[in-house]
Design a binder for this molecule. Structure first.
Ligand SMILES: [Zn+2]
Length: 234
């Protein structure tokens, strides 16, 4: 009887300990996930690189346009200087002028889309950066709360565990072993009360009279012949 009662207390401790372990695991998982910040940090970094690349590309194009304009001007100033009288040289220079014009036009056409792309990439980066900063701030607050919650859970767990072990120390080793084994097999419910001759297990089984009589007389643990759990008379 006393043993069964202690085991019922023990079962309650074990239930609460399991709950605390779950809560601890939950907060630990949330802490580890960092509210998805690692992914956002990576996205922000790649947006930064992309913004830099498009800016460099735009700058290069601008420099190229300047160089091609100068080259075209050089060709044209030679062409119209009046110093070239050789027909073949003149034709060659005209061809060079045409090629330079085409190159210049091609480069110039690419400038505007590159400027737009650079601007857009920069806007995207700025937006990501702002979002990251905001979320980092929010996470700081949440993380502090989670850490203190975890700390409290760990402290409470130790206290509860001490109480549990103290209760367990009053139970015979054999009874404790039986309890642990049933607890594992019966999903955390090893000890059940008997009320009005009915085992209070999830299936609410009616006990035979001889079993109830045995429960009243016996000092040793009595297990339910139907569900196999330790019975406690009330
Ligand atoms: Zn039962």
């Amino acid at each position: 009887m006393t043993s069964a009662r202690n085991l019922l207390d023990l079962q309650e401790f074990d239930r609460r300990l399991a709950e605390q372990r779950d809560a601890y695991r939950k907060t630990a998982t949330e802490l580890k996930a960092e509210a998805g910040l690692p992914a956002l940090r990576a996205e922000t970094e790649s947006a930064r690189v992309k913004a830099l690349e498009t800016r460099v590309h735009h700058s290069r194009l601008l420099a190229e346009v300047t160089a091609l304009r100068e080259r075209l001007q050089q060709i044209e100033s030679r062409l119209y200087s009046g110093t070239i009288t050789n027909m073949r040289e003149l034709t060659a220079l005209q061809e060079e002028q045409n090629a330079a014009k085409r190159n210049f036009a091609t480069a110039e056409e690419a400038v505007s889309p590159a400027a737009t792309a650079s601007q857009e990439a920069n806007q995207l980066y700025e937006a990501k950066k702002a979002e990251l900063a905001k979320r980092e701030e929010e996470w700081k607050v949440r993380e502090a709360a989670l850490r203190s919650e975890n700390h409290a859970l760990a402290r409470d767990y130790k206290l509860l565990e001490r109480e549990r072990n103290s209760t367990a120390s009053h139970v015979k080793d054999a009874d404790l072993a039986a309890y642990n084994s049933i607890l594992k097999r019966k999903e955390g419910l090893a000890v059940v009360r008997v009320e009005r001759g009915i085992c209070q297990c999830p299936r609410r089984l009616k006990l035979p009279l001889r079993e109830i009589a045995k429960l009243k007389d016996s000092e040793a643990l009595v297990t339910c012949s139907s569900c196999g759990r330790i019975l406690l008379a009330t």
